[in-house]
Design a protein around this ligand. Sequence first.
Ligand SMILES: Cc1ncc(COP(=O)(O)O)c(C=O)c1O
Length: 423
Amino acid sequence: MMPLDESVVTDGRGSAARDGWERAAMTATAGVQDLFSVRGRNASEARERGGGPGMISFTAGFPDPVHLPYEGVAEATGRLMSTHGQGPLQYGAVRGYTGLLDLLIEKLGRDQGIRCAQENMLLTSGGSQALALLIDLFLDPGDTILSEEPTWSGAVRAFANVGVNVEGIPLDDDGARVDVLEAKLRDLHARGIAPKAFYMIPNFQNPGGMTTTLERRRRIVALAREYNFVIFEDDAYFDLRFEGGQLPTLYELAGGSHVAYFGTFSKIVAAGMRIGWLVADKALIDRLSVLKVDGGSPFAAHIAHEYCKDGVLEARVQELIALYRHRRDLMLGELNERMPEGITWRVPEGGFFIWLDLPAGLDATRILAACRERGVEFLPGTACFFHGEGRRNIRLSFSYADDEQTVRGMRALCEVIGEQLTA
Ligand SMILES: Cc1ncc(COP(=O)(O)O)c(C=O)c1O
């Protein structure tokens, strides 16, 4: 493995280098700030990724850095350059490199049970751009949408940036509470408000870790038809299932109508490649292709294809499942052994995260401050809510810290919580 390039990696094992947009916001003059769009004005809060040299980071949903496919990608790049000449260095089609689209169509059919053709697909710069494009297609400032809550902090920011009203739907062990969803839809429609979308992460939800049951998936699809909203189905963690059987996607259950499905290579190949995909009805993809002015990176798409083909992706996913299952179990072992009474969590069947519920009297921000002094970081729950809740929640990512750091970091966290409980 090559050493990490600290100018690029902005996380707990690298430097705390700031994102370009944060720097830009800080140096903008007052006069220029007056020119900001609604989105620009909404984008006022810096993002929490954790960081700092020597920190043990349970903060971001970053893949394990040691297991990034350095050798495989280096070889694939060499092969690509010797067989494809300059082609991948040129601009490409907006929908993305057809070789990778075909590889994904086969994978989605085999693993996700999604039948689709190139006309139903768009390559994106990660799941983040897939969501951004769906926001562009459907949402205006002031629109109302529904979302699981808590949810992925990136989605919280994306919806806040555009200025939509978000109605949160709470979750339990079986996924989003469909009884609340239905009551909310009825109530909103009675008030003349028709939510346009429901954002959800059906598998190993970020941050909660739960998986939406088949019964609830069916019910949500039925509600989407009845109340005419689009389900934004974010399946970033689909492949990382440690146990139990896969459930059908909402896209498949809905026969492709009222659902836009998206996924990413960030968690299973390399986040730095910025490769994701969107699957939807042809009419939606046609419009999304017009909104997507940037053709993405044909170079990255070619390398991803060259690397993943001939069963390499499937073998890699199996290795990652074993790695992350082990890390989850290591973290759970420490929690079971050392976490004081009163703090609860669920066992995720896959994904990257364990979500802690803290009892009254504890505050995640205060715990974080004390943990940082001991060199440990996590994501406070507030990043995952739309309106500031989550003070009594902690999201722990088990994907990034190595075994030794995981044990050391969890011991420090459990100690801090113990101290603050008795303070
Ligand atoms: C639920 C969820 N969706 C989407 C993403 C987007 O990741 P990327 O843009 O790297 O594909 C993430 C990353 O953390 C995520 O957790």
